[in-house]
Design a protein around this ligand. Structure first.
Ligand SMILES: Cc1ncc(COP(=O)(O)O)c(C=O)c1O
Length: 399
């Protein structure tokens, strides 16, 4: 590929940090991870950060911490990655899908409100039928790195007495404000628990990894406990001078801790988060210019009250112009050496959810209408103006 979909930005500092960690003799969760957590919490402005081996693990532990039980309901966007909904199924609970906003592709809060009202009235709602268990939580996801309308989500959640867990896998850093004169608020400070991903192509990476942040002491303690087999007493310390061999298992936990090798990379990446963000923003700005004259392409926009992470650069095709369709467009780019992807086929269209909940396309018209038009173009910090021009030329040659 002349322009791959993504290239991680790993420099000598990350390599040196891993080597130092390997030489230290301590590979698994330890001092590097505790430092990474403290630095991450400071960076986003949250009280606690719990380092985990994925964002999926963070979402799972977040739902566990807010007390999700079998048969209860959790509102999730249909326009999201598998993880956002599958974690609800881990509890044998019910994911209730919500359509997306036609512009931002984040959760449509008005649709979520209608669904909650229908559930409260015991009526059929968005593919689910009563009798209903309690609605425990809602998981807004920040599509491509632009924060959802968290003010509206929080207001709705307060009305219905449910928890807000943000899926911020795409989002570091990112900011939102209520209006032009309100202060900016960072992602990680606007929900009960916010979950980040450090997967290879994310804004900062540890190869695989994640973080759950919260201001709530009880949630933080519970997530930490459940991340390591439900063992009490700082189990990671048990082989250090500070620790003791003795522990108690107080709950059937999971094995979700992050290694010090990963945390060593994460600490360097976190220190570079602004630099990497600047580089992503510059690529998005280059695309804005390079794609401007091409007919039938809708480019992503940054809201006046958001600061976008630019994890993904997702365009929409006007299929009356691109009559051969999205799949042919992607194949054509590939033939010209440009990798691309699609984010996403909505979850209600995926065989498992479609069959398990008898979901139909008509229930989620916005997401269903967008998906055949979606193409995500390459975006990574090391992309050059020539790379962007090459992508634009490849698209023009498909016309
Ligand atoms: C929106 C969203 N949520 C959650 C995840 C899961 O992240 P992880 O791979 O760290 O578990 C992803 C991964 O791409 C994602 O895109």
């Amino acid at each position: 590929m002349k322009v791959p979909f993504f290239k991680p930005t790993i420099g000598e500092e990350e390599i040196a940090a891993v080597v130092t960690c390997l030489r230290s003799g301590w590979l698994t969760t330890g001092a590097q991870t505790r430092e990474f957590e403290a630095e991450f919490a400071r960076y986003v402005g949250a009280k606690h950060a719990v380092a985990l081996n994925s964002c999926t693990a963070a979402l799972h532990l977040a739902l566990e911490a807010v007390g999700l039980q079998r048969g209860e309901l959790v509102l999730v966007p249909t326009m999201t990655f598998a993880a956002t909904a599958e974690v609800v199924r881990y509890f044998d609970a019910v994911p209730v899908f919500v359509d997306c906003d036609p512009r931002t592709q984040c959760i449509d809060v008005a649709a979520a409100a209608r669904t909650l009202e229908q559930i409260a009235a015991g009526q059929p709602a968005a593919g689910v039928f009563g009798p209903y268990g309690r609605v425990r939580a809602i998981i807004p996801m920040h599509y491509a790195g632009q924060m959802a309308d968290v003010d509206a989500v929080n207001a709705l959640a307060a009305t219905h007495g449910i928890s807000v867990i943000e899926d911020a896998a795409h989002t570091l850093p990112a900011f939102t404000r209520t209006n032009g004169s309100a202060p900016w608020r960072a992602v990680g400070t606007t929900a009960a628990i916010t979950c980040f991903s450090f997967y290879a192509n994310k804004c900062i990476t540890t190869g695989e990894g994640g973080m759950a942040v919260t201001d709530d002491d009880t949630y933080a303690d519970r997530m930490r406990l459940m991340s390591l087999h439900g063992m009490s007493k700082d189990a990671w310390k048990r082989y250090t001078a500070a620790g003791s061999w003795y522990y108690e298992i107080v709950a059937p936990g999971f094995k979700y801790n992050l290694t010090d090798i990963a945390s060593a990379i994460g600490r360097v990446q976190l220190a570079r988060a602004e630099e990497l963000w600047e580089a992503r923003r510059a690529v998005a700005a280059m695309y804005e210019v390079a794609l401007a004259g091409i007919p039938g392409l809708e480019r992503p926009t940054e809201d006046a009250n958001r600061r976008h992470s630019w994890h993904l650069y997702s365009i929409r095709l006007d299929l009356e112009v691109w009559t051969k369709g999205r799949d042919a467009f992607i194949d054509g780019l590939k033939e010209r050496g440009v990798a691309s992807s699609v984010h996403w086929q909505p979850l209600h269209m995926q065989p498992y959810y479609r069959q398990a909940y008898a979901l139909t396309t008509q229930l989620f018209p916005v997401a269903a209408g967008l998906w055949p038009r979606l193409v995500t173009l390459p975006l990574y910090p090391g992309m050059t103006r020539d790379d962007v021009e090459l992508v634009a030329d490849a698209i023009r040659s498909l016309q």
